[in-house]
Design a protein around this ligand. Structure first.
Ligand SMILES: [Zn+2]
Ligand SMILES: [Zn+2]
Length: 177
């Protein structure tokens, strides 16, 4: 035996002999229980990682329309694990694509109803509610009162300005027939 191996033998015997509490910790990390705990923990970490990545995918699909941005969001959800989904939550679009589309449709529908009252049904030229005929295509838009010549809405049975009953062509036909 040379000097180094003697020293080694001495140190190993001293660590084995002492009842150091660190020995217990060392034994624990060598034991079967530790292996089981470590594996179960790893298993749950992996499951949680995959679940968080899948959640990012599901959420991003509802919020992001662009396929490239969606792929980037999913990649961030996968890596870095756990931090990626957190970062995604900070920077994700605040609205669902569905809601944005719905709102756009509503605005469009509103604009269209506004347009109908503002435009000639034949040539779509801008008209005013008081016009009797379209100034562009000469389409007759409204009847005028027999007495005061005020423009009348199609449903009115009486002129609201001079109280003259409205004589609709259909009513006249019924009376005569
Ligand atoms: Zn017109
Ligand atoms: Zn009138």
């Amino acid at each position: 035996m040379n000097r180094a191996s003697i020293l080694f033998a001495q140190t190993t015997t001293t660590t084995e002999d002492t009842s150091d509490p660190l020995d217990f910790v060392g034994d624990f990390f060598d034991s079967e229980e530790w292996l089981v705990i470590r594996n179960v923990t790893l298993f749950f970490l992996v499951v949680f990682w995959l679940a968080s990545a899948y959640w990012v995918y599901k959420d991003a699909r509802r919020r992001i329309d662009d396929p490239w941005l969606l792929a980037m969001a999913v990649a961030l959800g996968v890596f870095p694990p756990f931090v990626g989904p957190l970062l995604y939550m900070f920077f994700r679009p605040p609205e669902y694509v569905e809601d944005v589309r719905e709102r756009e449709l509503e605005i469009k529908a509103m604009e269209e109803t506004l347009d109908v009252s503002e435009r000639c049904p034949v040539c779509r030229a801008a008209i005013e509610s008081t016009f009797l005929a379209c100034p562009v295509c000469t389409t007759k838009l409204k009847d005028s009162c027999r007495r005061c010549k005020a423009p009348l809405e199609p449903l009115w049975q009486m002129c609201p300005f001079c109280e003259t009953p409205v004589e609709s062509p259909r009513a006249v036909e019924n009376l005569s027939g």
